[in-house]
Design a protein around this ligand. Structure first.
Ligand code: UDP
Ligand code: MG
Length: 342
């Protein structure tokens, strides 16, 4: 492969910072993102950084826009996934590709201010391995979204065996050793902020106010949020599996109480209570059993899918001004790597 005179990726095989940005239908914000993010990175690290834009199966012009940005900015590396793999897997792809000594994860929609980079780096220099953004206020998000998010974090912390910090997103800065650990974790159902807190080392929060989306629409409507919540809970807790015995005990107690009551009534006036209570018991027991069966089924299904050991994502193409071959394992990039020089 012939190399040009400027070799940001080859010469600086390990830049001081990689920024990973998952992009799904983000054509409206990318230009603005590139300006602000590039400025923030240059402020702190000068040229010594790379920005990895992962196109997660967008239906709009996101990929062509990324290709244009690659032509203009030698620090940008574009990664095009073969289809929509979902936010967490798009981030995973970016992390696998990244080479930086520090790695920042940030959403494309500028809800999280890239200008916080400097403050985050200062914390890393104090000896922390992970600095995550914690939202003190969310502008432009509905009361429902705020309420459901807060409920979700409370529930998760009840269920998970280790603490997952409240009100954080994926916006964070991590050291290479944390990213390497994360990349070594093979699971398919990924809840990255939980996995990072599981990894440990020294972690700290930095507070900020979350802005409304710069443009475009949220990709996390209620159904997707519920799916992420289920991934989070099942990845970090087996408590739902043990729920069967807890519920069984409670229902048993209620059953005994009702039995006592029925016997009492039988002695009192010689009648047994009518079918309403019987029907109620049958219905309740039936639905509880089906629910528990569903929970078991959910874990079993995940076990099955994990067991296939498929690659977590597939890359169609990567673009940078100087090529980026060899950054993705062959299993995730089946064809001969297409390095199209911008
Ligand atoms: N995203 C993605 N794949 C998806 C959905 C979302 O890569 O299938 C990206 C999206 O482009 C954005 C980030 O994930 O950069 C967070 O999505 P969004 O802003 O819609 O979520 P919200 O902030 O509303 O929770
Ligand atoms: Mg957003």
């Amino acid at each position: 492969m012939k190399m040009g005179p400027i070799m940001p990726f080859a010469a600086q095989a390990c830049p001081r910072l990689s920024v990973v940005v998952p992009c799904h239908n983000e054509e409206a914000v990318l230009e603005m993102l590139e300006k602000r993010l590039s400025a923030a990175c240059t402020d702190v690290f000068g040229e010594d950084h790379e920005i990895i834009l992962v196109n997660d199966g967008s239906k709009d012009r996101t990929w062509p826009v990324i290709c244009d940005l690659v032509k203009r900015n030698p620090r940008i590396l574009g990664v095009d996934l073969s289809r929509n793999h979902g936010h967490q897997l798009a981030v995973t792809a970016g992390l696998q590709v990244s080479r930086g000594a520090l790695v920042m994860m940030i959403d494309a929609d500028l809800q999280d201010p890239p200008e916080l980079l400097g403050a985050m780096v200062a914390r890393i220099e104090q000896g922390y391995d992970v600095v995550y953004g914690q939202r003190i206020r969310r502008h432009g998000e509905s009361a429902f979204k705020r309420g459901s998010a807060s409920l979700f974090y409370k529930l998760l912390n009840r269920l998970a065996d280790h603490e997952i910090p409240l009100d954080t997103g994926d916006f964070r800065l991590m050291t290479r050793r944390v990213v390497d650990q994360l990349n070594a974790m093979p699971e398919r159902f990924r809840f990255i902020r939980g996995m990072v807190s599981w990894i440990g080392f020294e972690q700290t929060a930095i507070e900020y106010e979350r802005d409304p989306r710069a443009a475009g629409e949220t990709h996390y409507p209620l159904t997707r949020m519920i799916r992420l919540a289920l991934d989070a809970i099942t990845s970090f807790s087996t408590l739902p599996l043990r729920m069967a015995s807890h519920l069984g005990m409670v229902m048993g107690l209620i059953g005994f109480a009702m039995l006592g009551w029925a016997i009492f009534r039988w002695f009192q006036d010689g009648t047994i209570v009518g079918w309403t209570s019987t029907v109620a018991v049958v219905l309740i027991m039936g639905s509880v059993q089906l629910f528990i069966l569903g929970v078991f089924g959910d874990y079993l299904g995940r076990l099955y899918l994990e067991n296939k050991r498929r690659p977590l994502f597939i890359v169609r193409e990567m673009r940078s001004q100087t090529g980026a071959a060899g950054r993705v394992p062959a299993s995730a990039m089946p064809a001969v790597p297409v390095d199209v020089h911008g």
